[in-house]
Design a protein around this ligand. Structure first.
Ligand code: ADP
Ligand code: TRP
Length: 321
């Protein structure tokens, strides 16, 4: 089975990104042939400062490797290293109806958050279809927020096949990661870079500790049992606690005698345990940018080799070259 997914280098990685997406991606590399890419063309719809974009791309590549992406098993590449992607995007654009894109909610959501309503943001789902179709992926793991984009990809595939009376593309199956919890941020809303409520994974430990210590709680006194329903700290503790410590969380909340401060310190301890090795590896990789670049260059080479025969068929189908 061939698996493909992409992550936009549009912000610092937080624990929601890890537990909600990246952890699942990396588990798949043991059983499937995986293609993962850094969606830097897509990120241009929101990040329009060149130095920041470059920094985010190199951090995201280092993060994938630090979390354990094995370049021997999986193909990791930068979207902008694949010129066939914008080419295929154009062919697909010409068979995509305006109405299909007008029905997409993610563009409207982003505009309501203050993102400039550019043509690129509007036509984003077409490039996403190209990302997916170009490597003949069978399965695309994504968060719930991307479900509609995958339906659009399937519609665009159908439109291309009908228009050119061909069957060049593999119809990809979505794999919606809805069995994973939505991780709350420190203020109780969904953890998201756009809410400024994240617990980041990399970077200095002090602000991360500070973020954890400022998770919103109520004023239940230390000796009393703490409410779990609607408690951000409880949800985060359940996400972070290693298997053997889940009981500790239940006892701490339900029996009373453990203060919120103690639970937060415990949470920080688990953060260090969970991410300590990846954080150390990340720092090593950041100190060796050539090694990271070499992985991306090799990934792009392998991806383009795979892409070439399909693109020949696509060009023939549309009558170009
Ligand atoms: P953000 O909301 O911070 O902008 P993105 O939209 O870039 O994050 O998300 C990248 C990936 O991480 C997506 O696949 C998304 O489903 C996942 N993700 C983001 N935030 C969370 C969260 N709070 N809980 C679970 N998964 C999340
Ligand atoms: N749109 C995805 C996101 O914002 C990133 C992405 C771009 C992607 N192209 C993709 C995901 C192709 C899966 C497949 O998170």
């Amino acid at each position: 089975m061939r698996v493909l997914s992409g992550v936009q280098p549009s912000g610092i990685l937080h624990v929601g990104n890890y537990f909600g997406a990246i952890r699942q991606f990396l588990q798949m590399q043991e059983e499937h042939e995986c293609y993962y890419f850094l969606a830097d063309y897509h990120a241009l719809t929101t990040v329009q400062e060149k130095d920041r974009l470059r920094g985010l791309v190199s951090d995201l590549a280092a993060a994938f490797l630090a979390f354990g992406l094995d370049p021997e098993k999986s193909v990791l590449y930068r979207q902008s290293d694949i010129p066939e992607i914008p080419e295929l995007t154009w062919y697909l654009s010409t068979v995509t109806s305006m109405g299909l894109l007008q029905r997409c909610h993610s563009c409207k959501d982003k505009v309501s958050q203050g993102v400039v309503p550019s043509h690129g943001l509007f036509s984003y789902p077409v490039m996403m279809a190209a990302d997916i179709l170009i490597v003949n992926s069978d399965m695309v793991p994504v968060g719930k927020d991307q479900k509609q984009h995958l339906e659009v990809t399937r519609d665009i595939t159908g439109a291309f096949h009908t228009t050119y009376d061909t069957e060049v593309f593999t119809l990809p199956k979505p794999m919606i990661l809805d069995n994973v919890a939505v991780v709350p941020g420190i203020d109780g809303r969904k953890m998201s870079k756009s809410y400024g409520n994240t617990i980041d994974i990399f970077g200095a430990e002090k602000p991360i500790r500070k973020a954890i210590m400022s998770i919103t709680t109520d004023s239940t006194p230390v000796e009393e049992p703490k409410p779990t329903e609607g408690s951000t700290l409880y949800q985060l503790a359940r996400v972070f606690a290693p298997e053997g410590e889940r009981e500790w969380v239940e006892t701490a909340f339900r029996e009373g005698g453990t203060g919120y401060g103690t639970i937060k310190k415990q949470l920080f301890g688990w953060f260090r345990e969970t991410f300590g090795p990846a954080r150390a590896r990340f720092d090593e990789l950041k100190a060796d940018p050539e090694a990271v670049e070499a992985v991306l260059v090799d990934g792009a080479r392998r991806a383009r080799e795979e892409i070439a025969p399909l693109m020949d068929k696509v060009r023939k189908a549309v009558g170009i070259r």
